[in-house]
Design a protein. Structure first.
Length: 226
């Protein structure tokens, strides 16, 4: 973004500087030089403008899509856990893997968001901070899941040694499950906080609508449970 933006700014400035010479001069070498500069600056500006807006829209879409996808996968993990709680389903290790890996991929896509997207350095630094904050929130989910796996392995090993039924249910490992839930909810809040700071008004309107769809899907899942 920075390179494209600089080309637009330089082209614009050259055009503005050369314009007075063309107004006050009728002919001569200076007139011809300024006319050439004005012509080339206009061409450069017009050629670069579509590239700039295309890149800008690509980054806006990337930001929105990666955040929404990451929040959706956190939602899905929460719903999965709540479904297991409601139905007292037998647990298996690494049930969370797909969701957590998907969130990680979403955040990796977010990392490709142009670090010079904004004109002001302070705004770009804010985006960098928010990306680090989201990565840290994801790490909390990852660590909570690893803690679950460790406790799950210990619990299962203990049952094997005692020749007990190896099946494990949520009440036996509820603290670890609740840690994953808490980490997911905080991650989702971190995403919402991020959107309130960086999204445009139009993006926020779309975000509200899309989140209603997400919540309705969750409600529908609960209502249709047998």
């Amino acid at each position: 973004m920075k390179t494209h933006r600089n080309i637009l700014i330089i082209s614009f400035i050259i055009g503005i500087i050369s314009l007075p010479f063309l107004i006050f001069l009728d002919r001569g070498k200076i007139y011809e030089i300024m006319l050439a500069l004005l012509t080339s600056s206009i061409i450069s500006f017009l050629l670069e403008l579509p590239n700039y807006f295309s890149l800008k829209n690509d980054n806006k879409s990337k930001l929105y899509a990666s955040l929404y996808s990451a929040k959706s996968h956190a939602y899905f993990l929460i719903n999965n856990i709540e479904n297991m709680k409601d139905n007292n389903i037998t647990l298996f290790d690494k049930f969370y893997s797909q969701n957590i890996n998907n969130i990680s991929m979403d955040l990796n896509i977010l990392e490709t968001y142009d670090k010079d997207y904004y004109f002001f350095k302070s705004k770009n630094e804010q985006i960098s901070y928010l990306k680090r904050n989201l990565k840290s929130s994801w790490q909390n989910i990852n660590l909570a899941s690893l803690k679950f796996s460790i406790s799950f392995a210990k619990l299962k090993m203990g049952k094997i040694q005692k020749n007990e039924n190896e099946m494990i249910f949520i009440p036996e490992i509820e603290n670890e499950i609740n840690l994953i839930l808490e980490a997911c909810k905080k991650f989702m809040k971190a995403i919402d906080d991020t959107t309130s700071l960086v999204f445009t008004k139009k993006q926020l309107e779309n975000w509200i609508s899309d989140n209603i769809v997400l919540e309705n899907n969750e409600l529908n899942s609960k209502v249709t449970k047998i």
